[in-house]
Write a protein that binds this ligand. Structure first.
Ligand code: G3P
Ligand code: CA
Length: 366
């Protein structure tokens, strides 16, 4: 059958499109496939400091809740005590989340790393939550201790029905020389290194620090790694240099939302560094619809995610708790989300959890 003029005109375009699509499939591996090869859930539910909306962050209540709700990963910030134990704690300072001011008044301003594990274990890391969030308070949170990495591994491995992975951040690693090696030793001792062939993504290592990424890659080349992305000190150079105080913005969230990477090159250079140093993905910040203290610069714009995917990198965004933000992030192309509310995110992904937060907390004795 003869080809019409209109069809003739279309033919070269169609051929180009087919060739183009073929070239694209040859060079860009779909993120879902990258995740599947690593044994990483796609999209991933990463419980940020445990299920920390409903229980004190980084405590057994928060981690057991996240585990039993079915989160894919338990996220933690790794620090080292004065006597060399690895613990999970977000802030350097103990003031926000413990009663250090009562128990060690003369040392209350010292960082956690100045205390031995035995000293840290005397602290109450739960009561602050009850005061900060009375509507979610529980008497059983009083006295919850800071946890070691060993204890969090025990938690991850103690529900026979579901063993979440571990998503471990080297927090301010410049303060803890050699922590990457210490982590390798602990993971090896616990049988998590080398990675299991059927679940290579059981442990993911994350850091904001480029030098720490290089050290993690040197120590644990076969363990998946994620470079966390941020605009500002220690991260990407912003498009303007103005402090929060001088910015005129009313909230930190509004200030961060007004900051952008200096230019596209600045953004892509971080991705190139991540890729060149063994990362399988990036962990960008996100601006939250309703603001709050975990709302930062918007680094999950569609072009940013496409740029990461073009380099074969997954994108795990932090830290989102509401369906409106889950939807924005997923529409923009991210491949997983750090959340303080894993049940909300699981439900958003239609991985419906049978039990409520209250039921799981009570079942676990809280
Ligand atoms: O590790 C991802 C996310 O947790 C980064 O923020 O400050 O909560 O550790 P932060
Ligand atoms: Ca973290």
């Amino acid at each position: 059958m003869p080809v019409t003029v209109a069809k003739r005109a279309l033919l070269p375009c169609l051929l180009l499109a087919v060739v183009g699509a073929h070239a694209a499939t040859e060079t860009i591996t779909p993120p879902a496939l990258i995740a599947s090869r690593q044994g990483i859930a796609h999209p991933a539910v990463i419980a940020h400091r445990g299920a920390s909306f409903d229980a004190p962050e980084s405590t057994a209540a928060a981690y057991t809740l996240a585990r039993d709700l079915g989160a894919d990963y338990l996220e933690m910030d790794l620090q080292r005590t004065h006597d060399g134990e690895l613990i999970a704690l977000h802030d350097n300072s103990l003031l926000r989340t413990t009663d250090v001011a009562n128990k060690f008044p003369a040392r209350k301003n010292q960082p956690a790393s100045a205390f031995t594990l035995a000293e840290l274990k005397t602290l109450d890391a739960g009561s602050w939550f009850n005061k900060a969030y009375p509507d979610r308070a529980r008497p059983s949170y009083v006295g919850l201790p800071i946890l070691t990495l060993d204890e969090i591994i025990d938690i991850a491995q103690s529900n026979p029905g579901h063993t979440p992975g571990l998503y471990i951040e080297t927090k301010e690693p410049q303060l803890f020389p050699g922590i990457e090696h210490d982590l390798k030793r602990k993971l090896t001792q616990r049988g998590l290194l080398p990675p299991q062939p059927d679940r290579p993504g059981q442990v993911i290592l994350q850091t904001f620090d480029k030098s720490s990424l290089q050290l993690l890659q040197k120590e644990m080349p076969d363990t998946p790694k994620v470079l966390l992305l941020w605009v500002g000190a220690g991260g990407m150079t912003p498009d303007k240099s103005v402090s929060f105080a001088d910015s005129g913005e009313k909230t930190k969230a509004a200030y961060y939302a007004s900051l952008h990477p200096k230019d596209k090159t600045e953004f892509t250079q971080w991705l190139d560094f991540a890729k060149a140093n063994g990362a399988i993905g990036t962990g960008p910040s996100a601006a939250l619809t309703h603001g709050g203290d975990q709302s930062y610069s918007d680094l999950i714009q569609p072009w940013m995610n496409t740029t990461a995917h073009a380099r074969g990198l997954l994108v795990h965004a932090y830290t989102l708790d509401e369906p409106v933000d889950f939807k924005k992030a997923m529409t923009a192309g991210v491949n997983g989300i750090f959340t303080n509310r894993p049940r909300e995110l699981l439900n958003y992904y239609q991985r419906v959890t049978a039990q409520t937060v209250k039921q799981v907390l009570e079942q676990n004795g809280y």
